[in-house]
Design a protein around this ligand. Structure first.
Ligand code: GLN
Length: 252
């Protein structure tokens, strides 16, 4: 599809709880999705979806749900179920994509239970459950992606979480942990993919150093509108950053 035709195609990012669920540089994911969509020839915009009733969720192509400490998760989980759950489920069923990182990832599952035993019910959009442990998992993460055709096949990021997430039968891992802890530090799995939803523990922020994953989300969202293959972009700078994290992780 030529850029001229794409010129009037809109691409909308829905940013869930930007004021509360946005730590360790997660905002960089929003900037990457917007810029890459523009470079691919779309008219990109962001809709901020804070607490309270949300009216524009059916316009969103890719939702982003960032990380947050236990305190922030407690502040938003009632709102998530009361004001966002139904529209988010409907949007995903109609082909919208979701990227959820850490605290956001946890709350899209069945529940997140803190190390003190406090349980925050999630919305069950993905078949995962999370219980926090005493020790925090902190450091570089390198993953061998399980998404077919992703090039390079690695994903790199940074994790900082106490939650241990375990996947149920309806979810599959985003990939295999090559470096770091991933979902729970025991089954060598990182993240989850279920339908159009990607959950991950990788902050960093994730997408600037993983442009191939950003384009996977953009292309996935636009498929429902007849969008074909995205134009090729020069990702040499982004992939140099990706390679640098790979090398740093291997030295540690
Ligand atoms: N509070 C959650 C945990 O500690 C999520 C943290 C985060 O979003 N980085 O596991």
């Amino acid at each position: 599809m030529g850029l001229a035709i794409l010129g009037n195609m809109k691409f909308t990012v829905g940013w869930l709880y930007p004021d509360l669920m946005n730590i360790y540089g997660d905002r960089g994911n929003i900037l990457t999705l917007l810029r890459r969509a523009e470079w691919h020839g779309f008219e990109a915009s962001v809709v901020e979806l804070g607490r309270g009733a949300a009216t524009q969720m059916d316009e969103v192509d890719v939702f982003f749900f960032g990380g947050g400490q236990d305190r922030e998760q407690a502040l938003i989980y009632d709102d998530l179920r009361q004001f966002k759950q139904a529209s988010l489920q409907q949007a995903v069923e109609s082909g919208a994509q979701v990227l959820a990182v850490c605290g956001g990832y946890q709350l899209l599952g069945h529940y997140y239970q803190t190390a003190d035993g406090e349980r925050y019910d999630g919305i069950g959009l993905i078949d995962v459950r999370t219980e926090a442990g005493k020790k925090r998992f902190i450091g570089d993460v390198v993953v061998l992606s399980a998404i077919d055709g992703l090039t390079p096949s690695t994903l790199v990021g940074f994790e900082n979480h106490s939650g241990r997430t375990f996947l149920g039968p309806n979810a599959r891992p985003l990939g295999k942990v090559l470096k770091g802890h991933g979902n729970n530090g025991s089954d060598h799995q990182e993240g989850c993919v279920q339908g159009g939803v990607i959950g991950t523990y990788m902050h960093g922020s994730l997408l600037p150093k993983n442009p191939h994953l950003a384009d996977h989300l953009i292309a996935g969202a636009l498929r429902r509108r007849g969008g074909g293959a995205l134009s090729h972009l020069d990702d040499s700078a982004e992939l140099a950053a990706h390679g640098w994290v790979l090398q740093r992780a291997q030295r540690r």
